[in-house]
Design a protein around this ligand. Sequence first.
Ligand code: 6PG
Length: 482
Amino acid sequence: AEANVGVVGLAAMGASLSRNLARHGYKVAVYNRTYARTENFMKNYASEGEFFPSKTVREFVDSLEKPRVAIIMVKAGQPTDDVIEELAAVMDKGDIIVDAGNAYFKDTMRREKAMAARGIHFVGCGVSGGEEGALLGPSMMPGGSDESWERLKPMFEAIAAKASDGTPCVAHIGPNGAGHFVKMVHNGIEYADMQLIAESYDLMRRGLKMTPAEIGDVFEQWNKTDLDSYLVEITAEVLHKVDDKTGMPLVDVIVDHAGMKGTGTWTVQTALSLEVPVTGIAEAVFARGLSGQTELREKAQADPFDGPDPKFDVDDEQRDDFIEHIRKALYASKIVAYAQGFNEIAAAGKHYGWDIDMAEVARIWRAGCIIRAKFLDRISEAFESGTADISLLFAPYFKSGIQEDEPSWRAVVEQAVRHGIPCPVFSSSLAYFDGLRSKRLPASLIQGQRDLFGAHTYQRVDEPGVFHTLWTEPGKPEIKEK
Ligand code: 6PG
């Protein structure tokens, strides 16, 4: 037993994580189901640190110092269950299995319970930052027991990304599935953020008739504002990229079907069951869904509907002002998406009994992860000060930001609607904001309808209790027992 930690699964993410550990002085046992991949890994990276390659799970486990730490980075679902079982069969009480993949948090809860019964710590750990992050420093969101965290903390703090103030982007999120839950919502926010950027691009492309390179320049400028973030930065890079083969902007050569692996969908499904409206994330998932509806979209081209000219009523002198409106609309919508995501985390925290520190979540998202952004400093300050407890939208910094950007937000959605360019996350975020502002919502009418067709009852504004109207005799309310 010589290795300090082991990694199972040497595909892109697992290989990068192993190298990251080794570069920080850890002796790393590595195992992959197909040994050829392990050999390949050794051939390429053995010089970067001390690795212990194993051919079997038994050999891998035997090479680890106790209490053992085995990090698994394999496909979510059955492959993860298989690896856990193989490891647990040869591990001892007190050993730790870390699942660093994108697991569904309920699977993590189930696995944690099953492993705890066998005396093994199971830690579902969200890891964000892609391959590069895994190598150079990801943002890490571990769940699991306090005891396992004590053991993992120094190692994770060493390999995690460091925020600009030097703090490592890792924190113990909470017990069992809390870490994977927070990673899931991170991905949901990632979907909303990406869709908002894509909508901004589309509005400039079709509405303002700008070229991809010009729009790339705009994103480069935006990256020096409140929007400073990794996703805005890479957007500029993508838009500036020219295809080698055709000489066209690469974005015009890429098929416009957005893929997804499921975490965004889980975020929305979970939000529905927790009854938290995450409208921005939901619209982002559905927008990807529509992009992939090939048959439907082909039919709409073959048998087209009429619609307005997408060109906005914005002349050349007004163009820069309108671009600024789009930037503000993006910022306001983005705040809504984050606020909704944090509300989902808060609701899950209550529901599952996790004590999640929201300021801490924002802090560990400041570097390493895909949604890293300058304004996460402000988000963590907002949660710290207690002004974001009900919603981030009420924290003074964001409230005044939204208030200032609101006219631009409306101007953008108005033009988009008038000219037929879809911007589902911009417009649904605005609708959420307007819904939130409304003193009275038409939900009263819905309650009336429900009471009429199904005797579902309603509450009154002027009297406590539960009421039902005898609709056949209009106007005669009947008091129902609670
Ligand atoms: C990250 C990412 C990553 C995710 C990809 C792809 O935080 O590093 O969230 O975990 O797998 O972004 O996700 P989709 O294929 O669903 O777009």
